[in-house]
Each structure stands twice: as structure tokens, then as C-alpha cells.
Design a protein around this ligand. Structure first.
Ligand code: BDR
Ligand code: CA
Length: 314
């Protein structure tokens, strides 16, 4: 199996993403690192520990990372989406972890995992990109040990936290710009353009809830989140952004990508945190580099894959 590290801010869809990775034999979940984001760092860390306990993966080390963005002083929270506890007000339904976080911090643990790995490691960042920017800045020599970054973030056609910006990029645009534009690690960006198209319907959730204790607990977390998406989508369905990114991390190619130059707006105005994909084919010289942006998939196959794995079937 390919070694995999998830950098996360659980978050309801983060919980699904961690569970998907934990249930997938193609990858070995080697570590989880946490970051501020949907809620504060202490809470995202507790939630990561609880989700791993639910999945029987308490042996996976969890290390805490950044509690705020690189530059912007006030971390924004998304408790209006994920609840004050980050898990829809239901975190206590998940088991209490027997172990606390690892004594190492996120960047230290990531560096140690990369140094020790006998094959390149996939990193799946599904929260603000602060830890990853710090890792790449402080350990450039380890970049060849990263097989690829599979990042949930961005929105080319629209935003979600603002009309222009997606939440993970908006939460720390300077970190996102460093990772997506200035660095040269192979990168797949999974933006909301594709995650919204993979929304799951009530029948999908019912089948997961009936599959056993892990599925039942995951679905139990979704009640308020589901109501939010019902309002946004105008139908009873919900979007599991981070789990879609993890499907690609586990099974490369399950999403269809286009290569393009991406920019991140770091100015203070209404476009702060916007991701701009440049799909022009002209030979104009552009700054930055091309990355893969996932914009399409066989949507039914993708939903089946996620359901199958979360239900505990290989
Ligand atoms: C992203 O923002 C968070 O609220 C979700 O966990 C996901 O990572 C979607 O915009
Ligand atoms: Ca997340």
C-alpha cells in the first residue's frame, strides 16, 4: 500500500474522508496532522482522534499543527456549517480516544514520515494549507519524497465562504498560494466545482447508516449539515467535499483532471482567497506552474466507490 498522511480540520466531511482512507487497502494511513479551520485546533485534534478511534485506527499518530493562518491574524471558523464541536453537535457519539495527540508537532511528524518512507508518500490536505506551506518551506529537501498532494480546496466557477472564495483557500490564502503556485510538488486540486457534483442522496446515506457501527455513526453526524445543504442545493442531498478528494488520493484517476495554471488572490478585497484557473492554451508566459485540477468524474462510479468503502467492503 501507498503511505498516506491526511492533514485535516475535522469537520463532518473530514470525518468521512478519514474513514474512507482507513477502510482502503490501497493506502496505509501513516499519520494524521491537524490544523485550525472548521473549528479551533484543539477541537479539530480531538475530533481526528475520535474519528480514528471509531475506525479502529488508534495506532495512527495524530499531531497538532497550526492554530492560525500564516498572515491573517483571525482564524475564521465554520461552526455555522459543522457545529460548535465541528461534528454537528454529535462528537460525543464517537468513542473517547484512549490516546492523546503525538508529542511531535505536525510539521515534525510529516518530516519524519517522509524521511522514513521507503516509497513516496501521498499527502491529502483537506483543511487550510498552513501546515503544508510550513512543511515545504522548512524541509525543501523532502519534496522528492512526496508522491503527490491531493488537496481539497478552491472553486473556479464560484466560492462557498464568499462569492469568490472556497473555505480552505480563503482560510489561509498566503499558505495556499505558496503550495499551489510557488512550490513544485505534483499536485491535484479537488475544487468545489467537482465536489458539489458528487453530492450524495438520502438512499446513499441510508445504505451507509445500515452498514454497521462506523457507517451509522458517520451518518449520525450529518443531521444539521444535511439541513444546510438542503437549503443550498434545494434538495435533500449533501456534499462530502473532503471524501471526494480522498477517493482520488486512494484511487488515482477516479477524478478527471485538466492541467492548468492556478493563481490565488491574496489581496484584501472581495476576491481574497479566490482561486483562478487559467485554461488558455496560448503561449503567453505565465508565472507559477501547471497543476492538475479535478473537474469531472464518472459520478455514479465515484459515489459507489465511496459508499462501498465506507460500508467496509473492499
Ligand atoms: C471545505 O471546507 C470545510 O468546511 C470542509 O471540511 C471542506 O474541507 C469545503 O469548502
Ligand atoms: Ca476540511
Amino acid at each position: 500500500p501507498t503511505p498516506l498522511v491526511i492533514d485535516t480540520d475535522p469537520g463532518i466531511d473530514d470525518a468521512f474522508a478519514i474513514a474512507l482512507a482507513a477502510a482502503s487497502p490501497e493506502v496505509e494511513l501513516t499519520a494524521v496532522t491537524t490544523v485550525f479551520g472548521n473549528v479551533g485546533l484543539d477541537t479539530t485534534t480531538q475530533n481526528a482522534l475520535r474519528v480514528l478511534a471509531l475506525c479502529g485506527k488508534e495506532n495512527v499518530p495524530v499531531a497538532t499543527g497550526a492554530d492560525r493562518p500564516l498572515v491573517h491574524p483571525q482564524p475564521h471558523r465554520a461552526s455555522h456549517v459543522h457545529g460548535e464541536d465541528g461534528l454537528g453537535g454529535r462528537s460525543t457519539l464517537l468513542p473517547l480516544p484512549v490516546r492523546g495527540p503525538d508529542p511531535r508537532r505536525a510539521v515534525g511528524l510529516l518530516a519524519e514520515v517522509l524521511q522514513a518512507a521507503s516509497q513516496p508518500v501521498v499527502i491529502a490536505p483537506i483543511g487550510p494549507l498552513t501546515n503544508i506551506a510550513l512543511l515545504l518551506a522548512s524541509h525543501p529537501e523532502l519534496k522528492p519524497k512526496i508522491a503527490r498532494l491531493v488537496i481539497m480546496g478552491g472553486g473556479l466557477a464560484t466560492g462557498n465562504i464568499s462569492s469568490t472564495a472556497e473555505f480552505n483557500i480563503w482560510s489561509d490564502p498566503e499558505a495556499a498560494r505558496r503550495v499551489l503556485v510557488e512550490e513544485d510538488v505534483p499536485t491535484v486540486l479537488v475544487p468545489i466545482d467537482v465536489t458539489y457534483r458528487c453530492a450524495v442522496e438520502p438512499a446513499w446515506l441510508d445504505e451507509l447508516a445500515d452498514s454497521g457501527p462506523v457507517g451509522a455513526s458517520l451518518v449520525a453526524l450529518t443531521a444539521p449539515y444535511r439541513a444546510q445543504y438542503q437549503a443550498t442545493l434545494g434538495r435533500d442531498a449533501l456534499v462530502l467535499h473532503d471524501a471526494v478528494a480522498l477517493a482520488e488520493a486512494v484511487q488515482p484517476g477516479i477524478l478527471r483532471c485538466q492541467r492548468m495554471f492556478v493563481e490565488v488572490e491574496c489581496g484584501p478585497g472581495p476576491a481574497r482567497g479566490m482561486t483562478i484557473g487559467d485554461r488558455r492554451r496560448s503561449a503567453l508566459s505565465r508565472e507559477g506552474r501547471e497543476i492538475d485540477v479535478a473537474l469531472d468524474a464518472d459520478l455514479d462510479a465515484l459515489r459507489d466507490f465511496m459508499l462501498h468503502r465506507l460500508c467496509g467492503k473492499e
